[in-house]
Design a binder for this molecule. Structure first.
Ligand SMILES: *Cc1c(COP(=O)(O)O)cnc(C)c1O
Length: 799
């Protein structure tokens, strides 16, 4: 493999000639791009093979991260950087007159996820490899990733995401690891063999595509295994083959574009079982290539379930052990409950996954039968543990009211249940899941989320990384806690002004992007106040835009009232069927239209909606932020991770005490963030005494009345019906997410930002303190916590 620029150039030109029969100069840009990707993959593949061998030889325990979503983004730059070959490639290409950035732009995002949960899985894979831990990711190879969002006339329009258009150079199809997954049919008792058999099943072939996960500054390269559905050799007799083919293709065709609500569709359940069964099959076979049997399975494998979507791992592993390898129930249960660990991601009641028993029974008859038995035994256990408390029993039953409660199954079948931020875990233990915490003392634990500081700081913000190198060296890349060395520069006026300069450059970049994509001219000296995340009522983008409306109305009314110039930037995809969320997008765009074109106010106030928010766009947006909007209703955002990305890039958090914001505020101190709004206890109290009345806020605060009235008086739409849904949500449905209750406090928090920003020198200090304290939020720290408390892995011995 190439070690120098000259070797790189030789190899690059040789491959172009061999593959396309042309010289570098004559080749098309997509050809150059694909050759570069292939070179990087091949560069990684030696380490990849060595890692697999080393793990086997040393009989090491591995973690298997099962997740329906991996929001990977682009891999080319990340992999070159992690391999330490970026500069060689960049300079080699430059010698050929090729700008590496132009090649980078040709890569599609691997958008196999919706948002935070999928991006967490991606950050974890990066940290696991970079810390040299042996790890496998399992997911679905969706033909179409998360939909592409277009904004037409202010409305969201969804377009299929054809991420495989140019092929996917990173994946390797592995037919030797394929297997068949069984659906439908029924279960019969075989008296001769004394066991249950699943007969008349419909088979679906599962074929894995492996993607190397390249660690930074290590030879360890792990695997992300993507499962694709294909027709099996044995096709069902009773079905037209075209219908069968169609149904098979459907399984891995599209990612469900839902976030925090379970999609109640048979196809989704099929997807879940499909990748769970295929993944487990491959793990079991790999285990048996190294060890004589499955008795030591739990010593060598730990399976982390990312939310309830892969929880069928629990009954499926039971099925394999009992049906295929003749284990007794108790022995099998012992293995399963020492192998599986579950991460809870939400306390939103509507997001707790449940499946109709009838559907489960029909699609997965043997799995359902096993769940029934797990349920029966669990009930027996709880009865004893609870001294026959009937009500408690009803609250924890896995099967209840014709449904399978997946979170309950997950808790019963796992040795660890973790929340994703301290506050979230507290709420789980003390409220939402306190029954389970009592039944299984010690099972619940916290693992505060993190993000990879390589992608989200070092690679996406090279200007800031250079400044950090200059000030504190580069040990923070290996040891993110070393960012704290920056604290002593927080008062250094040279570092402060250099920081402001970096921020200015990144704001210029984003301003250029906005000019190009939105046609809006924004003031680089204005405060870039940014809220980018999935669109959801609880995240309260509506509160943000209502505040913008308030500012606009007040400036129009009172010529003496002027704010420090602000650019409010939004980015968010709404689930296609989430009507309210789509209306909020339309409202943001409608407000932008009015505000941006009003000469009275537009030197003070601009609103920008950036379309198609995703990982790559996030890497451009986040480094340009002055203010990070994290304004969810307290108790609703389990952790949040964009709050951490903003912090690392020197933005000040404007947030509620929710999710990981609590821990961010704790670390940076009150003087380096702006916290507002009700706390979880305040909201619980309002709920408990039923004392929240949205109309009281409307009637008693003229600012609120004016803003709310503007939704239906034609200010932002020609039709008064356009935003009626939003009006109703606030007023007729009593404002479920307490926007009006937090409005005044939010206005004051925004005013405080204005004041703080005017003192540029102190502002720089605040930002520097945020960067300095962000090391804790590296997913390297999160992974070390999982390893120490849950996974108990050893590093790969790689020489
Ligand atoms: C980090 C990230 C998220 C999660 O954002 P939150 O604000 O924590 O909800 C969602 N989407 C993308 C593309 C991300 O990079």
């Amino acid at each position: 493999m190439f070690k120098t620029k000259e070797e790189f150039k030789y190899e690059f030109s040789k491959r172009i000639i061999e593959t396309y029969g042309r010289t570098v100069e004559e080749s098309h840009i997509t050809e150059k791009f694909m050759i570069l990707e292939n070179m990087v993959r091949d560069y990684a593949s030696v380490n990849w093979a060595m890692t697999k061998m080393s793990v086997q030889q040393h009989e090491q325990k591995q973690v298997h991260y099962f997740s329906m979503e991996f929001l990977m983004g682009r891999l080319l730059v990340n992999n070159m950087m992690n391999l330490g070959i970026y500069d060689i490639a960049k300079e080699g290409l430059a010698d050929y007159g090729i700008n590496i950035h132009e090649l980078e732009e040709l890569e599609s995002d691997a958008g196999l996820g919706n948002g935070g949960l999928g991006r967490l899985a991606a950050c974890f894979m990066d940290s696991l490899a970079s810390l040299s831990y042996p790890a496998f990711g399992h997911t679905i190879r969706y033909t179409y990733g998360f939909f592409e969002q277009k904004i037409e006339d202010g409305y969201q329009v969804e377009v299929p995401d054809q991420w495989l258009r140019l092929g996917n150079a990173w994946e390797v199809r592995k037919p030797k690891h394929q297997c068949d997954v069984k659906f439908f049919g029924h279960v019969v008792w075989n008296g001769d063999k004394q066991k249950w058999e699943h007969v008349d099943a419909e088979l679906v072939r599962a074929v894995p595509y492996d993607v190397p996960i390249v660690g930074a500054d290590t030879k360890v390269t792990n695997t992300l295994r993507l499962w694709k559905s294909e027709p099996a050799d044995d096709i069902p007799r009773n079905k037209d083959f075209r219908q069968y083919t169609q149904e098979v293709n459907d399984i891995t065709q599209t990612l469900y574009p839902d976030d925090s609500t379970p999609a109640g569709k048979m196809l989704r359940l099929k997807q879940q079982y499909f990748f769970v069964a295929a993944g487990l099959n491959s793990i079991v076979r790999a285990h048996l290539r190294v060890y004589p049997d499955l008795h030591n399975f739990a010593d060598k494998n730990v399976i982390q379930l990312n939310d309830t979507h892969p929880v069928l791992v629990i009954p499926e592993l039971m099925r394999i052990l009992i049906d295929d390898y003749e284990f007794e129930w108790d022995e099998a249960w012992d293995i399963v409950t020492h192998t599986c660990a579950y991460t809870n991601h939400t306390i939103l009641a509507e997001a707790l996954e449940k499946w109709p028993i009838e559907m489960m029974k029909n699609l997965l008859p043997r799995i359902y039968q096993i769940i029934e038995e797990i349920h029966r035994r669990f009930i027996g256990y709880v009865k004893i543990a609870s001294n026959g408390d009937e009500q408690l029993l009803n609250r924890v039953m896995i099967l209840r009211d014709g449904q399978v409660h997946m979170a309950r199954l997950a808790i019963a079948g796992s040795f660890s249940v973790n929340g994703v931020a301290a506050l979230h875990t507290d709420i789980l233990k003390n409220r939402e899941m306190q029954d389970f915490d009592r039944i299984f003392p010690g099972k619940f634990n916290n693992k505060t989320n993190g993000v990879t500081h390589r992608r989200w700081l070092a690679y996406c913000n090279p200007q800031l990384a250079d400044l950090l190198h200059e000030a504190i060296g580069d040990s923070w890349i290996k040891h993110p806690d070393d960012l704290e060395k920056l604290k002593k520069f927080a008062d250094d006026s040279i570092i402060r002004s250099k920081f402001l300069n970096v921020k200015y450059q990144r704001k210029e970049d984003l301003a250029r992007y906005i000019k190009e994509h939105n046609g809006i001219e924004v003031d680089v000296n204005s405060i870039f106040d940014i809220q980018v995340k999935r669109l959801h009522a609880y995240k309260r983008q509506l509160l943000n835009i209502m505040h913008v409306i308030y500012l606009y109305q007040r400036m129009k009314e009172d010529p003496s009232f002027r704010i420090y110039p602000h650019t409010y930037i939004f980015g968010a995809k709404a689930a296609p069927s989430y009507y309210f969320a789509k209306k909020v997008i339309k409202l943001i765009n409608a407000v932008a239209d009015v505000v941006n074109n009003d000469p009275v106010t537009n030197q003070y106030l601009k609103v920008v909606f950036i379309e198609n928010y995703g990982v790559t766009i996030a890497e451009h947006i986040i480094p340009a932020a002055d203010v990070s909007e994290q304004i969810s209703t307290a108790g609703k955002e389990a952790s949040g991770t964009s709050n951490m990305k903003f912090m690392m890039n020197g933005a000040v958090t404007l947030g509620t005490l929710d999710g990981a914001n609590v821990e961010i505020a704790e670390r940076v101190g009150d003087e380096n963030c702006v916290i507002f709004g009700m706390k979880v206890e305040d909201i619980n109290k309002l709920k408990a005494d039923n004392s929240y009345h949205a109309w009281d806020y409307y009637n008693n605060d003229f600012r609120i009345k004016k803003v709310v009235d503007s939704l239906t008086d034609g200010t932002f739409a020609s039709s008064r019906e356009e935003f009626k849904l939003i009006f109703d949500e606030l007023m007729s449905h009593n404002d479920e997410y307490y926007l009006l209750a937090d409005f005044d406090s939010y206005v004051k928090a925004q005013e405080k930002i204005n004041e703080l920003y005017k003192d540029r020198d102190n502002w720089a200090k605040m930002c520097i303190m945020n960067i300095a304290m962000s090391g804790y939020f590296s997913s390297d720290r999160t992974i070390e916590d999982y390893v120490k408390d849950i996974w108990h892995l050893e590093r790969v011995a790689n020489k």
